[in-house]
Design a protein around this ligand. Sequence first.
Ligand code: AR6
Length: 180
Amino acid sequence: MNWYFLENKVEVKIGNITAETTDAIVNAANSTLLGGGGVDGAIHSKGGKQILEECRKIRETEYPKGLPTGKAVITGGGDLPARFVIHTVGPVYGMNGDLEEKLLADSYTNSLLIAVQNNLKTVAFPSISTGAFHFPKYRAARVSSRAIRAFFSEKTSVEKINLVFFSKKDAEIFVKHQEF
Ligand code: AR6
């Protein structure tokens, strides 16, 4: 079952993000950029070692201390159907005081700005920070939908955003609490 928002520019769906055929998929990474569990683990294992090599280069050059929370970088998609992976680091819930929601919104907005810089049309997001990083799902729904709505209020190359949830329950929580 799918749900549509913002004149069908946003599609909420259930599935595995690594199967998405969008121009880019977003990785819910950590600041090392060197892999982990959850979405990150799935992307690196299906995408192959090329993604990890590019991440290592980014660490050596642009971000020797690691990618800060809320920022995003892009690599190729390796063996994935998507051409690119945009890696972002969401906030670890409870570690950022008043900045919690702003940092999660930044992860969405900065990922989308990287998509624009690369002239991409379609992007798929997982539910950033709501797994290992424990951001409450209902709050993440509000924050991510508001950030996406604000992004689409400006002119952009991006035509379509898929929000991919791992379970029907998670998709339903999102749909109930979104503020598109
Ligand atoms: N496709 C779609 N959604 C998924 C998939 C998948 N293949 N796998 C998990 N989810 P998480 P985070 C959902 O933990 O909270 C990693 O170790 C999952 O149910 O992947 O931002 C990184 O290296 C949850 O709702 O990301 C970091 O250290 C959501 O995706 C850390 O976890 C996000 O869960 C990042 O934690």
